[in-house]
Design a protein around this ligand. Sequence first.
Ligand code: SF4
Length: 380
Amino acid sequence: MIHGVYIHVPFCREKCDYCSFDSAPVGALGSSVREGLFSRYLSAVKGEIASRVEHHGLPVDTVYFGGGTPSFAGADFISEALDELRRHFILEADAEISLECNPRDLSPGFLKEIRRAGVNRVTAGVQAFDAGLRQKIGRRAGPGADGTLEAFMEAPDFIHGLDIIVGIPGAGDGEILREMEAVAGLRPEHVSAYMLSIEEGTPLAKRMVLDDNSLDDQRRHFSFVIDFLVSRGYRHYEISNFCLPGKESRHNLKYWTYGPYLGFGVRAHSFAGGRRFYNGQSLEEYLAGPVLREDVRTSNGAMAEFIMTALRLIDGFTAGAFHSAFCEAIPIAVRHRFNELEARGMVAIEYLEGDIRFRLTREGLFFADSVIYTALEPLL
Ligand code: SF4
């Protein structure tokens, strides 16, 4: 079976105020200390790749470097990690190899080096073009120096992606329109538009709450973003993801369609041979030696996972796909929940020839977490 590979790079220059990920801000370290840390981490990742002998020899058609800020670790890091993968796995000739980047790392030299290493898909974490919006949420990195993104878009042989955050409280309709025009002006093949969430324990949570008015604005602005991008030829294929025809993230589609993947790096998860593994160590523990644990699921837990991830796709999932994964029908209690959610306008149930499709409606997208919880409660 063809697998995806995820490689986690947990380092960032500085911590964004809204971030609840387990990422290490190391920008303030002296460059030799930082380079030493990157090099120790690379050795640990390579060691982990080399140690997973039970998976060696598997064909791999997607690789995704996520973080953190993988581009901050440098092109040599990416290149060496890919070489180690090629030593132990069969990396398909047309494999999609994706890298998350801080726009400030997107120099022509860096792009050339990562292309040489095999990267063919790059996402720039812009989050907001407007400095005032970035300041509100405590995001210090922006779209890079003048001309950086334009030059990135012209770099050949990549699929270019932009990440933006929608729903920053206080953003007016005019600001959202300007943000989207800036995106459309660059014409990336892929856009990820995430609704801002304020996570407990983050610095942002100490100074910002999403009251009912802000939540209404968020939903209105997100609806605007969907219509805007669709009108510009983008396909809305997952709650937060849009692409020009055929430019979906093949790697992320594996997560949403119950596909197998191997994760390497601190806190990375794997799903292979029907089993789930994860590395739950701290960074220091990981550097001392990665330890994998199995994440054992009940059959209800596995079914809930399938439905939860599949409903993120705009096309949802079919009863046939569920049956193929579990050799049984969708549990009747969940079917009843879907019928209730359909009556409330949150879910659409479509009868196809010989199959049934379940998907979120536009309204359901805005309340995805609670809709999915309601559907799955009988399995939890
Ligand atoms: S760059 Fe990304 S991972 Fe790093 S602190 Fe900011 S939001 Fe978190």
